[in-house]
Design a protein around this ligand. Structure first.
Ligand code: FMN
Length: 311
């Protein structure tokens, strides 16, 4: 119950941040069902504009829209700037300002090295924000470090996860129990969790909550295109492949773009493939567990199904 009390929610099911694939509608539906909805990068947007001020303003509008749709807590994802990726530093300040001006009280930071993001985390903590951290390549060592830095809860992502993969090939099953033994703060499990059984396995390994991405893509409220949702429902786990992209490795469904060798060279491949539904040029990145997802459901039904793992 510690995580529910910390976040002010009834069910410790958190909808994962997914670039382009989150929206006020999805976040509010999850929060209204008793879980925690999250606004990720470019939430609610349909076009890339490359304009930093406009991106920050759009982010503010999506927060305002979410508040109009729910009076329950929700969170936003803040990407800590990544060394060597100049553009990430340009967005860092304007987006942090929106978070602080809008009095967001739960932030999920994600990044490649928590120590490099310390000054941003400190500003959030000083403003009284609850900070949950997701290291892209989590280990026992960087989890202990996060706890020492005053992070309120951590998300541990196994190699089963959709999106950019950890540089370590460690499964949720192997990593999660090591981390729950090593830290005292609540640990939230991510990677491969899509139904009651997988959520129950996470709680058996000491997780205080679950962070679920792929399953929420196949909800009615998700902004993903219908052909993307159907491709996820149809795919078998053994048919997934891993490709290398400029931002790291991702596991994808084999679509026309992958067969043609185009997927990894496209800019904005996730938006193209999953939001626009252009499977000739973009990619569909999913969890290893995607083979188990059998239908498109409402976000409320997903939260409800997973909630039984916490009884
Ligand atoms: C399409 C897609 C986009 C993602 N984008 C982000 C992101 O912008 N920021 C982030 O921290 N994680 C991102 N992730 C990772 C998710 O937040 C989460 O860790 C992962 O989906 C959990 O694993 P699951 O898909 O097996 O549920 C993304 C995942 C997917 C599938």
């Amino acid at each position: 119950m510690r995580l529910q009390a910390l976040l002010g929610i009834d069910i410790p099911v958190i909808q994962a941040s997914m670039v382009w694939l989150n929206s006020a509608e999805l976040a509010a539906a999850v929060s209204n069902a008793g879980g925690l909805g999250v606004l990720g990068p470019n939430a609610g947007r349909k076009v890339a504009n490359g304009d930093i001020a406009k991106t920050a303003e759009d982010f503010r509008q999506e927060i305002i829209k979410t508040r109009a749709l729910t009076d329950k807590p929700f969170a936003v994802n803040y990407l800590l700037p990544i060394e060597g990726v100049e553009i990430s530093f340009k967005y860092a300040e304007p987006l942090l300002e929106v978070i602080l001006q809008e009095n967001i009280n739960i932030v999920i930071t994600s990044g490649k090295d928590i120590t490099k993001g310390e000054k941003y985390i400190r500003r959030l903590k000083d403003a009284g924000v609850i900070v949950i951290h997701r290291e892209i390549s989590p280990t026992v060592e960087n989890s202990i470090l996060a706890e020492k830095m005053g992070i309120d809860a951590i998300i541990i992502t196994g190699h089963e996860a959709g999106g950019h993969l950890s540089e370590h090939r460690i499964s949720t099953l192997a990593l999660l129990p090591q981390v729950t033994d090593a830290v005292k703060i609540p640990v939230i499990a991510a990677g491969g969790i899509y139904n009651q059984k997988t959520a129950k396995a996470a709680t058996a390994m000491g997780a205080a909550g679950v962070y679920v991405g792929t399953r929420f893509i196949t909800t009615f409220e998700s902004p993903a295109s219908l052909n993307t949702k159907q491709a996820i429902v149809n795919v078998l786990s053994e048919d997934l492949v891993e490709i290398n992209t400029p931002a790291g490795d991702v596991r994808v469904i084999v679509t026309e773009s992958i067969r043609a060798g185009r997927g990894s060279s496209e800019i904005g491949i996730i938006k193209t493939g999953m939001l626009d539904g252009d499977h000739q040029h973009g990619v569909i990145t999913v969890s290893e567990s995607a083979g188990g997802i059998e239908k498109i459901s409402s976000a409320k039904d997903v939260v409800c199904e997973l909630s039984y793992a916490f009884n």
